[in-house]
Design a protein around this ligand. Structure first.
Ligand SMILES: Cc1cc2nc3c(=O)[nH]c(=O)nc-3n(C[C@H](O)[C@H](O)[C@H](O)COP(=O)(O)OP(=O)(O)OC[C@H]3O[C@@H](n4cnc5c(N)ncnc54)[C@H](O)[C@@H]3O)c2cc1C
Length: 813
């Protein structure tokens, strides 16, 4: 192809001509942006795309991601008619089989979830699976599910079809042009340097696949991904293999299989993967493969022969070992980088880039053109990552594990095993000494539960009652009846200071934060649609200083949201997370315990709910804030980290006579759900307004704030969608989240988070309910309510108010 030089200017420059870059270009032109330039260092699809297996699955872990994946099948089906370039897409359906009873529960839970997301999934018997896939052994299977809408496509042809559509829409595609630098000005990307001249641009998009981390570094942007070797084989044609054969997934055997030119293509996700290329990729790596590794492939081959005995003797035509990029949590990265304005990323596709490219490209194009995402994309938002996660050692270690996690059991509460111990509270070892079993969030090791005598201090995963059930129950009871101590140091703490701090935060927060120093305000920050971008507490420390506290998982996201919102104001934002250890002292006896150690007056009159003050605690000065996430009297203590150990020791020693117990995040979840407290990223997010979420009490309509107009429009009408509390009648059934909600046999919603409520003695959850005529207390108290657990329905009670202490008397005790 004749080497065209890149133009000197474009509205948007896309780096990378794989399926993702081409999809972004295609969708930008669909939205009317014609001045789009895509730069590819070699030729279109030459990176990872060309050798993909082309599976196009629809079901993903969340509603919006499933929406995007479903769009892939629709687009690839119609692209040929639109562009004249065939994609090779075929809706052959897919079968997932279960070798064990627990895997079958997982598949059935997926089938239930799919119902909420509008994907047709049908549980089928092993015999029925055998009819659809005659070469498969089925006598050892526990069951299967059938997804008729799934398909497969030809990755190269699909990429070329997207590229052709983009060109027709006005885009310029330049091959053999390598981006060597990102031009930046005033904290924004303003163009790229290439080996064939510079291009100025308003927007730069990093779609460089496994090169994405390197390209990110050119821009000073953290793109945590790592390549790993990924394998499949293709056999010679086999009798009984037809083009109509569905895709087969036997995840207990780590494998997927589909038809390929009359033979079988078999690949998989082995439990211990081979990270590759951390020291850089060969310069001329294009349409290239890595060396065969039959020894490494053996684990997949052996399992495949168990499922499809004919593979034992089938002649292998091709062994493919191609690199693909993986992220620390197995989800791709999308969005504008928090470090650099106008620099967008779509990379790290964890082996589902073909299936995801259409939806990801569309969503990113909407984000670029609209200035914000058109829907809640938190699951894949690049701002979920922390700077340390871009580190080479961390990524290499985690990548060994994440590849296999794609097909491993998705156990409730499953924790990663690699790259652990990265961020620890100063109390970590003390808590470990008391039997703490840790989970990890944003790198933080957090005590999830404390093993009691006779319970092994480690996770034994199950869909049933876990080994830690009685431990969490005891912790829960201590908080309800006496006092518990939580290490909440992972909370992100942001200091917002300056003469404009109050005015700027008033505009960003839905609640009134222009309060007297010493007050703490629970508030949301909203997008223009009224959706909840941040859910946090804002404490006024002084006329010109606030402490903003949010959950660990959204630290980067919330800091970015606030920083953008402060634009131009005389305000600084400083992350002081590491400066403070946070101890939650929660429960009816918390006042008595703290009173033993402080000279401060902790009475209701002197220290009411929603206030904060510095006070002595033993020999230290701490900030005590009267707030709770568990629904009891309690204080969060912000202790300078160097004083934390001493304060902790004093509390534990004095706590003995008050029944103090160490408590972890599993107990906290159970406590907060009984009280109906929402969790951002689960119960509330960018698609949910405070009115729908039952947080209208935290909206100060009397002042201006971002999102107010949208809320005003919603306020005057009956709410067609509302968050409600649910409890199950069956005391043994367990809620984990994502269960469908039925009312009088009509699917009306989905549980967003659930746990066992140890005070209620049954499972409790929160979930959105929709009805076109409006959802109110009468609607919830009438009708027959059921929640669907792994395709089985269980009777439930629905209500707007929390099932525990709805009047909040205990919090204000
Ligand atoms: C063996 C295998 C099987 C797979 N099977 C499936 C499957 O069945 N289904 C599925 O959905 N996914 C599958 N995948 C994953 C899928 O192939 C990828 O997720 C997808 O191709 C990623 O596309 P991309 O555009 O992000 O990356 P790429 O295709 O790698 O594109 C990135 C492009 O950026 C270019 N580039 C890099 N740096 C620069 C620079 N500085 N300047 C200009 N250009 C640059 C590269 O040359 C490259 O062409 C599979 C992957 C492998 C390895």
């Amino acid at each position: 192809m004749a080497a065209t030089a890149p133009p000197a200017h474009a509205r948007v420059v896309i780096i990378g001509g794989g399926i993702v870059g081409c999809s972004v270009a295609y969708h930008l032109t669909k939205l009317g942006w014609r001045d789009v330039v895509l730069l590819e260092r070699r030729e279109l699809s030459c990176g990872t795309t060309w050798h993909a297996a082309g599976l196009v699955g629809q079901l993903r872990s969340s509603h919006n991601l499933t929406r995007l994946a479903r769009y892939g099948a629709v687009l690839y089906e119609r692209l040929e008619a639109e562009t004249g370039q065939a994609t090779g897409f075929r809706r052959c359906g897919s079968i997932s089989v279960a070798r064990t009873a627990e895997r079958l529960i997982e598949l059935k839970r997926g089938a239930s979830m799919a119902r909420c997301f509008g994907v047709e999934v049908e549980p089928i018997s092993p015999a029925e699976a055998g009819k659809l896939w005659p070469l498969m052994r089925t006598d050892d299977l526990a069951g299967a599910v059938w997804i008729p809408g799934d398909g497969r496509t030809n990755p190269i042809d699909t990429t070329l079809a997207l590229a052709r559509g983009a060109r027709r829409g006005g885009a310029t595609i330049v091959e053999n042009a390598t981006v060597t630098g990102i031009t930046r000005r005033n904290g924004a990307a303003v163009g790229v340097e290439t080996d064939r001249g510079d291009v100025t641009a308003e927007v730069v998009v990093n779609c460089a696949g496994m090169w994405g981390r390197e390209v990110g570094r050119l821009a000073g942007v953290n793109v945590p991904l790592h390549a790993a070797e990924h394998f499949y084989i293709v056999t010679e044609p086999l009798a009984g293999v037809t083009r109509e054969l569905p895709v087969l997934r036997d995840t207990d055997g780590y494998i997927y299989v589909r038809e390929e030119v009359g033979g079988l293509l078999m690949g998989g996700f082995e439990p211990a993967a081979k990270p590759w290329g951390m020291d850089g990729f060969p310069r001329d790596f294009a349409f290239s493969l890595l060396p065969e590794d039959w020894e490494h492939f053996r684990v997949l081959m052996e399992q495949a022969c168990v499922r499809i005995p004919v593979l034992e003797t089938a002649p292998v035509r091709r062994h493919v070992n191609g690199p693909e990029s993986f992220t620390p949590d197995n989800r791709y990265m999308l969005g504008e980088a928090p470090e650099l304005r106008n620099f967008f990323v779509a990379a790290g596709f964890n082996s589902v880039g073909i299936a995801s490219a259409a939806g990801a490209g569309q969503a990113l194009a909407e984000w670029i053109v609209g200035g914000q995402p058109s829907m809640d994309l938190w699951d894949v938002d690049i701002r979920r990552f922390m700077p340390f996660q871009g580190g080479a050692a961390y990524l290499r270690e985690r990548t060994r594990e994440v590849v296999g996690l794609l097909y491993a059991m998705h156990w409730p509460f499953r924790q990663p095993e690699t790259a652990r111990g990265v961020r620890r509270s100063v109390l970590h070892d003390r808590l470990a000494g008391r039997g703490a079993v840790f989970g990890v969030v944003a790198g933080w090791e957090r005590a999830n539960w404390f093993a009691t005598a006779g319970v092994e201090p480690r996770y034994v995963y199950t869909y049933g009652r876990p080994s830690w059930f009685p431990c969490a129950a005891a912790e829960h009871r201590a908080v309800r009846e006496a006092v518990g101590i939580f290490d909440q140091s992972s909370l992100a703490k942001l200091l917002v200071q300056g003469p404009d701090a109050a005015a700027a935060l008033q505009r960003l927060c839905a609640n009134d934060v222009d309060v007297a120093p010493g007050r703490i305000v629970y508030t949301q920050m909203l997008n223009a649609r009224g959706g909840i971008e941040c859910d946090l507490t804002v404490t006024r420390l002084a006329d010109d200083a606030y402490l903003v506290v949010t959950i660990a998982a959204s630290a980067t996201h919330d800091a970015d949201w606030i920083r953008r919102g402060l634009d131009g104001a005389r305000v600084s934002l400083t992350d002081v997370t590491s400066a403070y250890t946070v101890l939650g002292v929660m429960g009816p006896r918390s006042r008595d315990l703290l009173a033993r150690l402080t000279s401060a007056d902790l009475s209701n009159a002197a220290f009411p709910f929603g206030t904060t003050r510095e006070m002595d605690l033993s020999a230290a000065m701490v900030r005590a804030t009267r707030i709770t996430y568990v629904g009891e009297l309690g204080w969060e203590l912000y202790v300078p980290t160097d004083f934390a150990m001493g304060v902790y020791e004093e509390l534990v020693a004095a706590g003995e006579s008050f029944g103090l117990r160490h408590a972890g995040y599993h107990a906290m979840d159970s406590l907060r759900l009984e009280k109906g407290y929402r969790s951002w990223g689960h119960d509330i997010g960018a698609d949910d307004t405070p009115l729908e979420a039952g947080l209208g009490f935290a909206v100060a309509f009397k002042k201006e704030f971002v999102g107010r107009e949208a809320l005003l429009r919603q306020r005057d009408k009956p709410l067609a969608r509302r968050l409600a509390s649910f409890t199950l009648e069956d005391r043994r059934a367990l809620l984990f989240g994502d269960e469908p909600i039925w009312r009088d046999d009509v699917l009306v919603g989905r549980i967003t988070s659930g746990a066992y409520g140890h005070t209620l003695g049954r499972s409790v959850g929160l979930g959105y309910v929709s009805h076109p005529d409006g959802v109110d207390a009468t609607f919830l108290s009438s009708g027959r309510w059921e929640l669907e657990l792994a395709t089985e329905r269980f009777a439930a009670t629905a209500r707007l108010e929390p099932p525990y202490d709805a009047a909040a008397t205990r919090v204000r005790a």
